[in-house]
Design a protein around this ligand. Sequence first.
Ligand SMILES: CC(C)(COP(=O)(O)OP(=O)(O)OC[C@H]1O[C@@H](n2cnc3c(N)ncnc32)[C@H](O)[C@@H]1OP(=O)(O)O)[C@@H](O)C(=O)NCCC(=O)NCCS
Length: 329
Amino acid sequence: MKRPFAMIAGTGYAVPKRRMSNDEFLALGLETNDEWIRDRTGIRYRYVAGPDETLTSISTEAARLAMQAAGVTAAELDVIILGTASADHLLPSTAVEIQAALGATRAAAFDLSAACSGWLYGMQVAEGLMASGNAETILVIGGELLTRIINWKDRNTVVLFGDGAGATVLKRSTKGRGILSAYMRSDGTLANLLHRPKGGAADPSTPEIIAEGSDKIHMSGREVFKNAVRSMADACDRALDGAKMSAADIDLLIPHQANVRIIEATAKHAGIPMEKVFVNVDRFGNTSAASIPIALDEAVKAGRVKDGAVVLFVAFGAGFTWGSMVVRC
Ligand SMILES: CC(C)(COP(=O)(O)OP(=O)(O)OC[C@H]1O[C@@H](n2cnc3c(N)ncnc32)[C@H](O)[C@@H]1OP(=O)(O)O)[C@@H](O)C(=O)NCCC(=O)NCCS
């Protein structure tokens, strides 16, 4: 069997109603400011879910838009994969809640836990299901309500993250379009650099855990930064090698949107000029698994993904997990 098996047939994204600027952190009593956040991260805004919004509701909205773009009905979906680190409930998966909301009566549905690499991992799992002949039409969503699992008193993390969902419909490849190469890796020895230390089955929540915030995201920013650049740079090389391509063959690089400095360092290593790199971290912050599919949909709508364009995707996240993909769109 030979690639490509699976092509991107439609994209969509959704975010909560409320947009929050950097200045608003001052009103919360945090020692930070717009200049620091913009200089160190490139972020100006992020979206924050309100009490009436859930991961299921924004992911379902993103999914409907992607299905509309692909001309696919809920009844045609064989599988729904949601990459997320901020599921609505610990049990069952948020993917089954989306399955119910869409009325996708034939679809299997599951969440995939790979943090910021969740969508990219999900795309590769979906490709495998299609290559094996087990599925024809798959919805891959990356969705997060990270603002519900951050510590709003911790300036090291709170300014970085935002909420949102991006969705992609995969169909059987035609005319040579689709995933040309794919690469995934992990390194759990570094898990402590970006994690929620407690509140899971190993250390179930107690009033003390909640009071000290150890059930929320903790991050060693500088270490994560170094590992992100190293791993994403290597992943770009691997995906290009896999597709037997060079940087010059790439029309657009869509990296995980965590920090504009990480994006610039990755692009520089890959030898891809910034004019060919899609950046929207300034307007969304780091939306983890949602960041790449949101960026892809924006790039499509902005006319930056022409028919037949070759796009390089690269992700990195907690775990650590990372990966990359070359796709002819
Ligand atoms: C978090 C990050 C923006 C910090 O930028 P940095 O240039 O590495 O900054 P440093 O870690 O050197 O911190 C510099 C100082 O700023 C302070 N600081 C941290 N957050 C701040 C904030 N929101 N406002 C003001 N100061 C802040 C730190 O406390 C530190 O102070 P100190 O030197 O007195 O200890 C950067 O490390 C980063 O982006 N890391 C990767 C994060 C990420 O992408 N995570 C998800 C991966 S998927």
